[in-house]
Design a protein. Sequence first.
Length: 250
Amino acid sequence: MGFPLRDRIALAAALIGPFLAALMLSLFRTSVSGTDPAPALVLVVVVVAVSAIGNRWAGAVAALSSAAWFDFFLTPPYQRFSIASTDSAETAVLLLAVGLVVSQLAARARRLRVITVTDAGHLARIHDTALLVQSATSPDLVVEQVRRQLVDVLRLQGCRFEYGSLLGQPPRLEQDGSVVVGHRRWDVDRDGWPEGETELRASASGHYSGRFMLRPLPGTVPSLQARLVAVTLADHAGAALDTAGPVLDR
């Protein structure tokens, strides 16, 4: 429970895939020996495939499963979880070690690929907003664009902008991406958003122009990266308002 469907499928593949691969290889074991690297390499490929579609835990399970079924089907005495030959034992240990390392690398590559795509989207938002700050005839256009982007980046239920003075002491999203409630930091990654609206101030050159009031969607936890992008977008709105001159309550 709590795992995405893709990861659950990968975990099932981690348990079944090495078994099926080793079983198929056992049909040709008269032509290979327990020290032949070919069967082990085939099983490493299975580990990489599982890691590529799942996470590092699925990859680790695939590595353990591969080593176990390599022992069971491809090293004498066959169909027993024991190894008589030292060379075969070394091959099994190497298979396990290589499988674990490769699984972590493959899972990391998948994670980095996701982060790269996300970064590209974030950079596009920041770039587009920076261009709008330079070309917009009214700072309200920038504020409205940033408001919409914040809903998307932080997966909010809603967002509104308040011009002028600060009222009350709602939770606050800080410049470093942390959230402060009162005088203490709130662990967003562990506890999610605090209750109620969270403010994100728009300022530039030390001048406060207003604040975005964020209304989180229940159950969502934005990453630190997303929160830092949100802060940058709010700074663009602050820069547009600061360039336009003093902001009165609206």
